[in-house]
Design a protein around this ligand. Sequence first.
Ligand code: FAD
Length: 330
Amino acid sequence: MSVLAVVVAPQGRSPSGWAELMGAASTVARLTGEPVEALVAGADGPSLEALARDLWRRGADRVWRLASDGLTEPDPDRYVAALAWAAGRLEPTTLLINGDPLGAQLGPRLAMRIGAASVTEVVDVRPGEQGRPGWVRPMYGGKAMAVVGSRQARTVVNVRPRAFAAPAARSGEPPADALVSLELDAGALPAPRLRVLERRTAASDGVRLEDARIIVSGGRGMGGPEGFQVLQQLAEVLGGAVGASRAAVDAGWVPGHLQIGQTGKMVAPDLYLAVGISGASQHLAGISGARHVVAINKDPEAPIFRAAEIGLAEDWRKVLPSLIERLAQA
Ligand code: FAD
């Protein structure tokens, strides 16, 4: 009986959002009174070991380390099999997995495999029925929040990346019995059906959208790619990342991986600055995890102002150059 934060690390790389996932696990454990454990699964190597220690520092009472050469690639079939095997050994009541592209595939499939309930896109948790957690998730493209309960003995929960605050890190080294290696049964992994032919890394300057604490995002109102150069300058002085609406992406002003929204990326920055974006529901669906939203739009009736804490009804050309100058001097 435990709350288990599941972190998958193919290619030995630490995935983003693992510390915030520990925040989610601690919050659930405070509600249920269960211990917090973590399972880190991935390719064997020093970074997996380091990640296991970091998970302990962020509050895991015990960290299970599942290392295998068979988990080098982000192969969902193999990860589901490995995690199902581990879940059978550890018997947690709740398994929390980040809802990043790989985790979002693993969560429901793992739930199916181990006969658990699956809840996705969770952004908060509150006391539910019969002492069980109530999982808070957006619905209708973020227009409403639902509280979902599970009657199953076990629940697999996909947490929206960075929806929870990371717990403060404790210092020191974990005691010997806090880090435990699981020896994966050789027959647990199926033969790979996925073959990696080529690897391409998306060209990105600076901070990744998914990790950014500050995002400055532009829409059709930027008027063209030149407008995005101004946003880039603003992002640089703020130490943030540039995002975009689908209209700006469709116009070919910025690459598709910058699109935020229902069919783009879900982001959860501390500050989201929307410039020349009307605030269509499909765009807002991607920013419901943002802590503070600020909007600049020359139309005072634009729907984005209903989602924003601070709004400036003005042409961005009159605002951004002096804002960048001021911030650069600060
Ligand atoms: P517009 O709606 O045209 O708004 C431009 C805004 O800029 C206006 O409000 C205008 O007042 C303002 N403006 C103009 N000039 C200036 C200026 N000089 N200074 C300040 N303000 C100015 N959209 C997404 O963003 N992400 C998605 O993932 C997404 N998925 C979708 C999925 C589906 C199935 C569908 C049907 C649509 C989806 N859309 C998505 C599209 C969405 O419905 C909107 O069309 C889109 O978000 C509009 O982008 P926009 O706000 O940049 O453009």
